[in-house]
Design a protein around this ligand. Structure first.
Ligand SMILES: NC(=O)c1ccc[n+]([C@@H]2O[C@H](COP(=O)([O-])OP(=O)(O)OC[C@H]3O[C@@H](n4cnc5c(N)ncnc54)[C@H](OP(=O)(O)O)[C@@H]3O)[C@@H](O)[C@H]2O)c1
Length: 285
């Protein structure tokens, strides 16, 4: 691909960004469609976030992905936030329309697309989610639109209760936050239809760990692990062994990018190519 004076820019802002997979999955997908864009990552210090956003307007950068630690704070510097992202309190994608910056959250949309594509029915189902951090926030808001009930567990009980109460109030949802321990998991999993691991448990290099003992799992569960390295975590392996439908976090990671790509370019990227590039980049199996 030759870059010229006409080449336009998409970027990621965050800190740190040197390990980001976004340029790795975006550039080959842009090139395959012959789109004259380049995607790069910028390390932005939190104290310079406002200047970075003004720089985006000044430089005419067409689209921006936003990652940790800027997903919440950046909202006050933008022109228009999608109502769902406003409720959720975090954005990850900005579209620059002649200096007017619109934002939305494609993490939630990407997770939903991944679950639906994998045949997971959310409507009227009971969800048991372990972990009440950043990814869990997007998932709780998304799931609360359709699920019958959500039970949210975290090793810090207060964290689970706080997020659950917020979602309950803003989404008028049936959601409760509790302390995560073996007895709560054993009790709550019995009536659950969907189990989600939204913690780093089982992630490389601690691949022998699992958030749920195998003997607690039952074949009627759909099991979604947000961890994508390894592709098949111990939780997913044990869940498939007992007959559960499963989904890896890689699909969510790719789909949040696919949705941003479509929003910015109006074209659908090759999602399989994006997935392969991440697998190669991380050397995951
Ligand atoms: N698929 C994707 O697109 C995608 C995107 C981003 C991240 N991820 C994955 O998602 C994971 C979570 O990311 P995040 O940004 O949400 O992290 P986070 O904000 O740190 O949230 C993780 C939460 O899980 C809690 N936790 C840790 N161990 C636990 C345990 N044994 N039982 C119950 N709760 C526990 C943490 O508590 P403490 O705060 O006390 O540790 C924290 O509240 C990452 O590790 C990454 O693998 C996936």
């Amino acid at each position: 691909m030759t870059f010229t004076g006409k080449t336009q820019t998409f970027c990621l802002i965050g800190q740190p960004v040197e390990h980001s997979m976004s340029p790795t999955m975006w550039n080959p997908a842009l090139q395959e469609l012959g789109l004259d864009f380049i995607y790069i990552a910028f390390d932005v210090h939190p104290d310079q976030l406002k200047e970075a956003i003004n720089g985006i307007r000044a430089l005419g950068i067409k689209g921006v992905n936003v990652t940790i630690p800027h997903k919440e704070k950046v909202m006050s510097f933008l022109d228009e936030i999608d109502p769902f992202a406003q409720k959720l309190g975090a954005i990850n994608t900005i579209k620059n329309e002649d200096g007017y910056l619109k934002a939305r959250n494609t993490d939630a949309d990407g997770a939903k697309k991944s679950l639906l594509d994998a045949g997971c029915i959310i409507s009227n189902k009971k969800v048991l989610m372990i972990g009440a951090g950043g990814v869990a926030r997007a998932l709780c808001y998304m799931l609360s639109e359709e699920a019958e009930k959500i039970v949210l567990l975290d090793i810090i009980e207060e964290k689970a209760r706080k997020l659950a109460n917020e979602v309950k109030e803003k989404m008028n949802a049936d959601i409760i936050g509790k302390l995560s321990n073996e007895s709560t998991i054993e009790e709550e999993i019995k009536s659950a239809d969907i189990l989600i691991n939204a913690t780093p448990i089982g992630m490389h290099p601690k691949t022998d760990a699992t958030p749920v003992p195998k003997n607690f799992l039952h074949p009627d569960l759909f099991v979604f692990d947000v961890v994508y390295n390894p592709l098949i975590t111990k939780l997913l392996k044990e869940a498939s062994e007992i007959g559960c439908e499963t989904l890896s976090g890689l699909d969510m990671l790719v789909n949040q990018g696919v949705i941003a790509f479509e929003w910015w370019t109006g074209k659908s990227p090759n999602a399989e190519l994006m997935k392969t590039k991440i697998i190669d980049f991380l050397g995951i199996k």
